[in-house]
Design a protein around this ligand. Structure first.
Ligand SMILES: [Zn+2]
Length: 243
């Protein structure tokens, strides 16, 4: 792997310039073509073993606009990422709420108007984070589990369920194995109910069809019409849910 620094790119339509030369990681392999990926604010170029430095640089410059667009998108997403703390913003059920701490012996989370109130004793960011996690896990057990089982019963496949796991995963919302283990990411409880219901449907329908075939999507559509709308919504907003 070699590292290549390139001159600051013109950072988007705003005319803003990237503050530093952008680091490009060059990964050489047996591949035949060049390709660019953006990952964690870094530009990664994959290229054939013999590609020259000029070739790589030219390739980067010819994709400059795309790189800039992606870097801007990534930095905007990063700004919107959820940080649990007093005065912070939380995107809850498609509304932006302000996080408020409330002193009290009883630990709970309350939604009042535009406030996401975390109540606890001598709260700090670490404690508040744990409380929000517990709150979402509780909500997922209350809401998601019975609905997943109910839908599986309706489809006549409840006997196939071995276990339903609630787990915070790095990037996935749900998972279903051929052994009948359903898994849901409890962060989904920050999303509107329509999105949660779509995710429930998505995994339970895999108990009928273990693929993403036409008949699978027809089944999803018969329970949750316009699934593509929910998929799009998640793609646009999911970066605001991880904390
Ligand atoms: Zn799937």
């Amino acid at each position: 792997m070699s590292k290549l620094k390139i001159v600051p790119l013109n950072f988007g339509a705003s005319g803003q310039r990237a503050p530093h030369p952008i680091d490009c990681e060059v990964l050489r392999s047996k591949r035949k073509t060049l390709a660019i990926y953006i990952s964690h604010k870094k530009v990664v170029v994959r290229c054939p073993m013999r590609a020259s430095r000029t070739e790589v640089e030219n390739f980067i410059h010819s994709n400059q606009q795309w790189i800039e667009k992606r870097l801007i998108e990534e930095s905007m997403r990063d700004k919107e990422a959820l940080r649990i703390g007093k005065g912070g913003k939380i995107f809850y059920r498609a509304r932006e709420l302000t996080i408020v701490y409330k002193e009290g012996r009883k630990q709970r989370v309350l939604i009042r108007g535009n406030q996401f109130i975390i109540q606890g004793h001598k709260l700090n960011a670490a404690k508040a984070k744990i409380q929000v996690e517990d709150y979402l896990i509780d909500k997922a057990s209350e809401y998601l589990l019975p609905r997943a089982i109910g839908l599986a019963k309706y489809l006549g496949v409840d006997h196939k369920i071995k276990e339903i796991k609630l787990r915070k995963t790095k990037s996935k919302w749900g998972h279903c194995t051929s052994q009948g283990i359903l898994q849901y990411n409890w962060l989904i409880m920050l999303a509107p109910y329509s999105i949660i219901d779509y995710m429930i449907t998505h995994e339970v329908c895999h108990l009928v069809h273990m693929d993403h075939s036409k008949r699978y999507w027809n089944l999803v559509d018969s329970i949750c019409p316009n699934a593509e709308h929910y998929i799009d919504w998640l793609k646009t907003h999911e970066h605001r849910f991880w904390f």
